[in-house]
Design a protein around this ligand. Structure first.
Ligand code: SF4
Length: 350
């Protein structure tokens, strides 16, 4: 009997699976020593070994280009540390906090904005730190929403998730619990009925935000995992990262947004690539991102439109950076651009 496929974590395993370039072995060893590597069987199975530009491989297989660090890149690109009053909490916006229960993920994305802090060696919150984090939330009545992030919270067992959600649900002013995860695509079998039940709490709204960057990630198994969440009454949104060579053309980006909507997942954010160390080869220009947003606005249903956002380095939060359709002419009248690029006066001239 063949053993079940396992997550690839070492370069030797990647080589054996035909996923590491032997000629770059020394450079890849240095990448793997710096940044966590894990490719789940679900993701490895999607990679076309004959395509040197495969968009799934580009997201998960280490690349020697990760050793090229640009001067503008930084270890904490979205400024989590500047807003962390206690371990595990990031309180950047008034009415919501991030709660990082774990620093582990099912698969490690090569463009990860927290790549300097996450990985299999990342220490989970100790019971004392977890108490302090929950105590912080309980002591701040302005916190309406808690975003479970990490790492990936859905690598935790159903039992541990249930405990964490129950403790959050016991805080009266917390009304919404949002879970950010890549697990439904990276390891769909983890979304068991027991785990789905663990995410729900009476009287509170749980949302799951799926991180997916290419339509091929939404396999039948991934679609099944999302359906188990949605059928249980958990609404789903998505977040995607704009990545050079992965989804930076209108057809690919459009196909991703449509696939998400077909799965009953509302596209929420398209993130501009963060200035994480060694990720310049995966970033596009902001102008390219705006062109793509214009292209999909014209072609695709409103349901398929995410908000294109930039996390301002230094911890200043997200701002929309999508194209602007409204301007003024020399006489100060509004001009509004339609999806074909034609300009119209508003109000229309008599
Ligand atoms: S799933 Fe999220 S936290 Fe984990 S490696 Fe990918 S981007 Fe980073």
């Amino acid at each position: 009997m063949n053993a079940a496929p396992k997550t690839l974590r070492h370069l030797s395993e990647l080589s054996e699976a035909g996923l590491a370039d032997g000629e770059k072995q020394a450079a890849l060893e240095r990448v793997a020593a710096q940044y966590a590597v894990a490719i789940t069987p679900a993701m490895a199975a999607l990679i076309d070994r004959t395509d040197p530009h495969d968009p799934i491989a580009r997201q998960f297989v280490p690349d020697a280009a990760e050793l090229d660090r640009q001067p503008e890149e930084m270890p904490d690109p979205i400024g989590d540390d500047a807003h962390s009053p206690v371990a595990g909490i990031v309180h950047r916006y008034p009415d919501r906090v991030l709660l990082k229960l774990t620093g582990v993920c099912a698969a490690y994305c090569r463009f990860c904005f927290r790549r300097e802090t996450i990985g299999p060696g990342a220490k989970p919150l100790t019971p004392r730190q977890r108490d302090a984090a929950l105590g912080y939330i309980a002591a701040h009545p302005e916190i309406w929403e808690v975003v479970l992030t990490g790492g990936d919270p859905l690598v935790l067992s159903a039992r541990r998730l249930k405990q964490a959600i129950a403790r959050l649900a016991a805080i009266p002013h917390v009304k919404v619990i949002r879970v950010h995860t890549r697990v439904p695509v990276a390891d769909p079998a983890r979304i068991t009925p027991e785990l789905v039940r663990a995410l729900k709490a009476p009287g509170k709204a749980t949302y799951v935000v799926l991180h997916a960057n290419h339509a091929r990630e939404l396999t039948d198994a991934a679609r099944g995992a999302c359906a188990r969440l949605i059928d249980a009454g958990i609404p789903m949104l998505s977040q995607s990262v704009l990545l050079a060579g992965v989804n930076d053309d209108p057809q690919t980006l459009g196909a991703l947004m449509r696939a998400l909507v077909e799965c009953r997942i509302k596209p929420y954010y398209l993130h501009h690539g963060d200035l994480a160390p060694g990720t310049a080869h995966l970033r596009t220009s902001i102008e390219r991102g705006q062109e793509l947003m214009r292209a999909i606005r014209g072609r695709l249903s409103g349901l398929c439109q995410p908000s294109y956002v930039l996390d301002i380095p230094g911890g200043h939060g997200k701002s929309p950076i999508g194209p602007d359709y409204l301007s003024r002419d020399d006489a100060g009248r509004y001009r509004i651009e339609d999806f074909n690029g034609a300009l119209h006066c508003y109000p229309p001239p008599k």
